[in-house]
Write a protein that binds this ligand. Structure first.
Ligand SMILES: Nc1ncnc2c1ncn2[C@@H]1O[C@H](COP(=O)(O)OP(=O)(O)OP(=O)(O)O)[C@@H](O)[C@H]1O
Ligand SMILES: [Mg+2]
Length: 258
């Protein structure tokens, strides 16, 4: 495995630059500490590691959703930890999140759920349901559903979707606001292998089409190698892997899970 020194530190064109990041949740042993990495504009970064290694926590720190114990996070050129709540929310409008559990509102329509992806840009109760939403929001949400191939399900209740359809809806919700940086935490968790492949291929086709910067986690090594430009592997609170995807082979990942 070749370590890529160029992936460390802060790049001038980085959409995300993290230095000295540490998080412990108050426990004796930190989840991670001393993490340094940067993600360049348009780059796809795969974050891998065993269950509990800290992947989701790291992603949440990067978006300013949880405060780390130490370190700095520059997101889209702004020091996210130094911002007040309002400016932090404003910055988050340029980001999208596909969570480990898709978190659709079950009783609302698929279309309403996708319109919720615009709440950060133009809030208010009119955006809670598709019936009240402004025409422009509905049009954008329908276009996003069309791109993920489920425009025909727009008016179906979200709790009546299959796992794969739910994940498509969650991707539409993340993309509808045209974010600059997208975070996808196990975007195909809970899907069968064929549906998982389909979702990853669809997700990364959209990512590459729009040139959005993406950080994703996966427990599937082939996904990290196929869709990531770079791979970071978390183990025992640090990066045991920090390399370009083409420099890695599946065997290099084994030690993450020992
Ligand atoms: N809110 C919290 N309070 C206390 N501990 C937490 C909290 N969230 C996560 N942890 C702990 O932090 C560690 C890392 O959890 P995290 O969810 O980031 O792991 P992960 O790599 O995403 O795992 P998985 O692959 O299972 O999703 C775990 O030991 C977890 O128990
Ligand atoms: Mg996780």
């Amino acid at each position: 495995m070749a370590l890529d020194a160029g992936t460390r530190g802060e790049a001038a064109s980085a959409d995300l630059a993290v230095t000295g990041l540490a998080m412990s949740f108050g426990g004796a042993r930190p989840v991670f500490s001393g993490l340094d990495f940067a993600v360049a504009r348009g780059e796809a970064l795969a974050l891998v590691g065993a269950n509990g290694a800290g992947k989701s926590t790291l992603l949440r720190c990067c978006l300013g959703l949880v405060a780390p114990d130490a370190g700095a996070v520059r997101l889209l050129g702004e020091d996210i930890l130094a911002l007040g709540a309002a400016r932090r929310r404003a910055l988050r409008r340029h980001t999208g999140l596909v969570a480990q559990r898709h978190n659709l509102v079950p009783r609302l329509s698929v279309l309403s759920n996708v319109i919720h992806g615009l709440l950060g840009q133009a809030g208010g109760p009119r955006f809670w349901s598709h019936a009240a939403a402004p025409e422009e929001a509905r049009t954008r949400a329908m276009a996003a559903l069309d791109r993920v191939g489920i425009a025909d399900l727009a008016l179906r209740r979200a709790d009546r979707l299959s796992g794969g359809q739910s994940q498509r809806a969650a991707i539409a919700r993340a993309l509808v606001s045209e974010p600059r940086l997208l975070i996808a935490d196990e975007p195909c968790a809970s899907l069968d292998p064929a549906a998982g492949e389909e979702i990853m291929a669809l997700f990364f086709r959209l990512v590459r089409e729009t040139g959005v910067t993406v950080i994703f986690t996966s427990h599937q090594i082939d996904h990290a190698l196929t869709y990531g430009d770079r791979v970071l592997g978390l183990k025992a609170g640090g990066f045991a892997i920090d390399a370009r995807a083409e420099a890695l082979a599946p065997a290099d990942f084994r030690m993450l899970y020992d």
